[in-house]
Ligand binder design. Sequence first.
Ligand code: FES
Length: 203
Amino acid sequence: MTTSPLHEGDLTEDGEPTRRDFIHIFGIATAAAGAGAVLWPLVHQMNPDASVLALSTKEVDLSAVPVGQAIKVMWQGKPVFIRHRTTEEIREAEGTPLSALKDSVARNDNVSGQAEATDAARVTAADGVARPEWLILVGVCTHLGCIPLGTTAGENRGEYNGWFCPCHGSHYDLAGRIRKGPAPDNLQIPPYEFVTDTVVKIG
Ligand code: FES
């Protein structure tokens, strides 16, 4: 839209805009307000609303998961394994030297991408605190995407007492790190934070 400038001849004797100019200026202001009214719903639509955010995160109450057991939950269409590790399991995972690992990268969305795959780095939440009793993994084999066994009681946990992917024989340890088989990477750790001592929010 083009606007014509206000000329000296358009002013009344006391220097005020004429009625014609007043109508013109009022029209411009009304058009601008109208454009803003159209724009606001468009901008507002681009903000994720609460229902979208709720789908992208998942809160899980861990109070019913006994020590030594694990559960599987779905998050963003993917299985997530949550294991309540025993003291012995934590000790074994912590005692594994990095030299024994196939993949030395932590692959934890809550820590630096350069962090090494120590047990502590594998159980660190978004607040930077390591909670060794809780191991939280995306349950998708890093070879070709099968879902490894080992979460449900009685399933084959593989040679390292973690998870076993029967598709092509990948063995993951008690920190979800790949130890044997064709899978190249450790199981991914999703972003998560503890909302309370026993409620974790994934995503
Ligand atoms: S998909 Fe898991 S070993 Fe091939």
